[in-house]
Design a protein around this ligand. Structure first.
Ligand SMILES: Nc1ncnc2c1ncn2[C@@H]1O[C@H](COP(=O)(O)OP(=O)(O)OP(=O)(O)O)[C@@H](O)[C@H]1O
Length: 227
């Protein structure tokens, strides 16, 4: 494999629920290279969102290592690892959720400008990103003035404007009707292919998952549930 952008080694995570340990991930390992996509599927509660949270440092594994663009993290947390995760989320890891996470007081263009600025890029390309997502005409509108599909396209424009190494998408089309979901997915995969970033996509939608290069079925790895 070409130099991997994302390396996951023997990752384990459990929670405590009502005093009972709940094992979510056990010894999970995979690599993802530049330009590759991985669909993470599995029944509700199998750990899809937990995995994405671990991959951007919002949760900490009990065991294992995660390496993103050469930065390695283990289960030990300190101010150095916190600062490195924060910097990665600012510049290198783009996150897309089921609901577009736009700032309501900013126009779509200003939402893209802010995200791009935080990632260290000069202003000036915001409209271009919105045009590539097919919503250039909506650039001056505010999030509450656009449809769910348009808002989700704006969320993708924000993420691609960062020029991230990795995109983590958690049910990015889950709140959209089938046609709009397909259109947004077309944008996501076309732009991921053009930008060459890696994509980890958590979804219940098997059709969407089948568009990725690799499939990780968390239900097949373990039975989950209470230990
Ligand atoms: N902070 C937490 N504390 C305790 N248990 C948690 C916590 N977060 C998640 N869990 C449990 O971990 C398991 C995995 O949750 P997760 O949200 O990752 O699943 P999922 O596959 O994304 O589910 P869904 O498809 O319904 O979104 C579930 O049993 C959930 O209840």
């Amino acid at each position: 494999m070409a130099d991997p952008v994302l390396v996951v080694e023997r990752l384990s995570k459990r929670f405590s629920s009502g005093g009972q340990p709940v094992t979510v991930l056990t010894d999970l390992s995979f690599n993802l290279a530049k330009g590759e996509s991985l669909a993470v599927v599995g029944r509700s509660g199998s750990g899809k969102s937990t995995l994405l949270n671990l991959l951007c440092g919002l949760q900490v594994p009990d065991k294992g290592n995660i390496t993103v663009t050469g930065e390695s993290f283990s289960e030990s947390v300190n101010s150095d690892s916190d600062a490195r995760w924060t910097e990665l989320r600012r510049r290198s890891i783009g996150v897309v959720f089921q609901q577009a996470n736009l700032m309501p007081a900013l126009s779509l263009e200003d939402n893209v400008r802010l995200r791009s600025h935080l990632a260290g890029h000069a202003a000036g390309h915001e409209r271009g990103w919105l045009e590539r997502l097919g919503i250039g005409a909506e650039a001056d509108r505010y999030p509450d003035q656009v449809s769910g599909g348009q808002a989700q396209r704006a969320a993708l424009a924000m993420v691609f404007a960062m020029a991230p190494a990795v995109i983590l998408a958690d049910e990015p089309t889950g709140s959209l009707d089938r046609n709009t979901a397909d259109e947004v997915a077309d944008c996501l995969f076309a732009m991921q292919r053009d930008s060459g970033c890696a994509l980890v996509l958590a979804t219940h939608d098997r059709e969407l998952a089948s568009r990725c290069d690799h499939l990780l079925d968390l239900s097949a790895l373990h039975l989950g549930g209470t230990d």
